[in-house]
Design a binder for this molecule. Structure first.
Ligand code: HEC
Length: 249
């Protein structure tokens, strides 16, 4: 039998297996490169509304990674009715296009945080991070009291932004790049994305936002809360065409 020939000849079996697997792989991967909507563009009045993080938000994101918040929290709402009802509109690929690495995850010891921005006040976040059980008695989230006492180190923000720029995040460092960002995101956002003004911008946002409720210094709490408050807020879903998945809501 032909079958026996294949099964008793490991060389032939390997070659045929590889051929079959490559066909499967190509069928899955090739379409992603051919359709335009793998990462959808979200524009309002001609400008991209999904933007890279400001220096302060980026510092907060780095603290989120350092503290391992992702071990309990995912940041991806799947297109299922129960998820949309609990967390809001399902996540778009475009929303994590500037996240390196992205924070999707699948482990949810705590709730998904993809749209936590604006859900609570800054004050709530500060209290919750210092002592979660003081606001949610049944919580099993750890306390992070040091965030409030640790001054934010931000001298290395330009280097961190440059590293992300290398992998395609449009932070600007020259006048041309800045102008391109003005075209793409509008003047105000372009200003926040300018590496040359990173430190100045970080302090400006921290003072204006007063995220930790204490404006005498800039702490890690300021950065982390600024990050949490921007999560999931960049797309105005009343203006975005939801397309096919609208039927899930
Ligand atoms: C051991 C798992 C665990 C870790 C680690 C953890 N959390 Fe949580 N988190 C939870 C649980 C459980 C809840 C739900 C109860 C509550 O609100 O405290 C929660 C709730 C939250 C909420 C409220 C979400 C909502 O929609 O109500 C935020 C915000 C949050 N965590 C942020 C963080 C941040 C930031 C970090 C890292 C500094 C972190 N968590 C680390 C388990 C964790």
């Amino acid at each position: 039998m032909k079958h026996e020939k294949i099964e008793t000849n490991s060389g032939l079996l390997i070659v045929l297996t590889l051929i079959v697997i490559s066909i499967g792989g190509l069928v899955e991967i090739v379409p992603l490169y051919l359709i335009d909507s793998t990462v959808e563009t979200v524009k309002v009045e001609g400008k991209d509304t999904i933007r890279p993080y400001t220096p302060l938000e980026l510092a907060g994101r780095d603290i989120y990674l350092r503290e391992g918040c992702y071990t309990c929290h995912s940041q991806m709402i799947r297109p299922f009715r129960d998820e949309a009802l609990r967390y809001g509109h399902y996540s778009l690929a475009a929303e994590s296009q500037y996240d390196h690495p992205f924070q999707w995850g699948s482990k949810r010891t705590g709730p998904d945080l993809a749209r936590v921005g604006g859900k609570y006040s800054n004050q709530w976040h500060v209290q919750h991070l210092i002592a979660p059980r003081s606001v949610v008695p049944e919580s099993i989230m750890p306390n992070y009291p040091w965030l409030m006492d640790t001054l934010l180190r931000y001298k290395d923000m330009p280097a961190r932004m440059r590293a992300l720029k290398k992998v395609g995040v449009p932070y600007s460092e020259t006048e041309e790049e800045y102008q391109a960002n003005v075209e793409r995101f509008g003047e105000e956002v372009a200003g926040w994305l300018d590496i040359r003004r990173a430190e100045q911008n970080l302090l400006k946002q921290a003072v204006a936002g007063n995220y930790d409720g204490d404006n005498s210094d800039v702490t890690e709490m300021d950065a982390l809360v600024a990050y949490l408050q921007v999560l999931g807020t960049m797309v105005d879903f009343s203006k975005f065409d939801e397309g096919y998945f609208a039927s899930f809501r």
